[in-house]
Design a protein around this ligand. Structure first.
Ligand SMILES: [Cu+2]
Length: 494
């Protein structure tokens, strides 16, 4: 570790202590807010202990097999539409062997079921809310009208039900759905309310990429567990020590000695990851947030902040059958969060797949008509977040853009050591540069979430060329930050 990294770690630890000290006050404030009639209601869970040292010990890695989230089965299929029924329920999940942990779920599974969608084909999700707080399902990365976007105040009340309709007018991509009910979204997502939504299309089908059982969704996130097996939740712990992969603690995954497509989602509330293989080996990134890259990008490192996705192809044929390689985290790795997932190469296999030199053609960009500037502001003392000095207000229109326009958005993270990121609903965008440096090829495709490290400024090019107008949102996707106000309203006009 370099000296500067050590210094940064010390700073982060100091910040953590400060956050913890102020956390009690914030927790009480937010609790009384929701009891007084916050939009989504009060937490159904008892008050949490606040000391990190009170958490349950970290589980020994690689004792559990990595499950693959169940694929949702439609309740009806017509020539145009697949309809699903996915209730929001409270149940328990066996995260730690032998321990039942209360969780909030979509459709009873932790994480939620994977919805497989087709470009241009409609998906309808009927959603009863069977928990005690208001919910709002947002399909992250979806091109969808505002009424079906899952806005922060567009709640399904407890006992209520609604129907979301997704027309999927977009290219093949790894999306995910999660709760967005304002002031409860961080806790809801933390307790389990998220799942994959995979869109396929003809272009992707025509490519010889690994498919079927060799195309695997992998959501990585962190949790903290109380000694009684319940989930520890507090906005003010920016990271939690236990890493889960598809809902299980640091599992193993048995693979054949061939190529796999791994669709990786950072499903954490606040923890950034930087993935690498334990042997330093190369892998090939083929897609980012909103679809295939123009060309594959061979690399040894994959940074992903919360809500970002990347599809990579790993060729396990270079490892002998009987050997293992570990997916590791290089972002401030500590013993508890360095090892993510162990791949055990258990058999040889025929492999007709390959990664072609051309994957997709990105849509053309247009010359921007204006530049807007934003700051992401975080007050460590109060825990309040804001964008350009303003905490989120349902009533205020923060930015108005004209449908069809192209703009440069310049977003500065004003904090010296807290990372943020930036997500815009509906649109995809291109990263122009971060602190003047152009993105890697892995970040140069279609994005909907951009990492903005401490003190950094990101410039993105946004073409608002989408068939919908009305109210959308942009926010930090360290979801506790948006929950605490680092969110703003975007009005797209015709
Ligand atoms: Cu943030």
């Amino acid at each position: 570790m370099t000296t500067s990294r050590r210094e940064l770690l010390k700073l982060m630890t100091a910040a953590g202590a400060a956050l913890t000290a102020s956390g009690l006050l914030i927790s009480r404030t937010s609790l009384s807010d929701t009891r007084a009639g916050g939009p989504a209601g009060a937490s159904p869970f008892a008050a949490q202990p606040v000391a990190a040292q009170a958490l349950a010990p970290i589980v020994t890695p690689f004792r559990t097999a990595m499950p693959i989230p169940p694929v949702a089965r439609p309740v009806s299929v017509t020539s145009t539409t697949d309809t699903y029924s996915i209730p929001v329920t409270q149940t328990t999940a066996e995260i730690i062997p032998g321990v039942r942990t209360p969780v909030l779920t979509y459709g009873g599974s932790f994480p939620g079921p994977t919805i497989k969608a087709r470009s241009g084909r409609r998906v309808v999700v009927k959603q009863p809310n069977r928990i005690t707080t208001g919910t709002s399902m947002h399909l992250h990365g979806a091109v969808v009208d505002p009424a079906n976007d899952g806005g922060p105040m567009d709640l399904i009340t407890p006992g209520g039900q609604r129907t979301y309709t997704y027309p999927n007018p977009q290219v093949a991509a790894t999306l995910w759905y999660h709760d967005h009910a304002h002031h409860m979204e961080a806790e809801h997502v933390y307790r389990g309310m998220s799942g994959f939504y995979l869109i396929s299309d003809d272009n992707e089908d025509a490519l010889p990429l690994p498919r079927g059982t060799y195309d695997v969704p992998i959501v990585v996130r962190d949790i903290g567990l109380n000694p009684d097996g319940t989930l520890f939740f507090d906005h003010n712990f920016d990271t939690r020590p236990q890493i889960l992969v598809n809902g299980k603690p640091q599992p193993y995954f048995q693979v054949a000695a061939r190529k796999y497509r791994l669709r990786i989602l950072n499903g954490s509330n606040q923890r950034p990851f930087e993935f690498r293989l334990s042997d330093g080996g190369e892998f090939t990134q083929i897609a980012s947030d909103r679809g295939l890259l123009p060309a594959p990008y061979t690399t040894t490192t994959l940074p992903l902040s919360p809500a970002e996705r990347a599809d990579i192809v790993v060729d396990f044929s270079r490892y002998p059958v009987g050997s293992s390689v570990v997916l590791e985290n290089a972002y401030f790795p500590e013993p508890s969060n360095k090892e993510i997932l162990r791949f055990d190469v258990v058999r040889s296999a025929y492999d007709p797949s390959s990664v072609p030199a051309r994957l997709a053609t990105l849509p053309p960009t247009a010359a921007p008509t204006q530049t807007r500037n934003y700051t992401l502001d975080f007050d460590v003392q109060t825990g309040a977040g804001s964008i350009s000095g303003k905490t989120w207000d349902e009533q205020r229109v923060d930015t108005t853009v004209r449908q069809g326009d192209t703009e440069v958005w310049e977003i500065k993270n004003t904090h010296p050591f807290i990372p943020h990121n930036f997500h815009i609903h509906l649109v995809d965008f291109r990263i122009l540069d971060i602190d003047g440096k152009p993105p890697t090829p892995g970040d140069a495709g279609l994005k909907d979430t951009v990492r903005i490290g401490p003190g950094e400024t990101a410039r993105i090019l946004v073409h608002f060329d989408f068939p919908y107008s009305g109210r959308y949102y942009y926010h930090c996707h360290l979801i506790d930050h948006s929950s605490m106000g680092m969110m703003a309203n975007l009005e797209i006009t015709r």
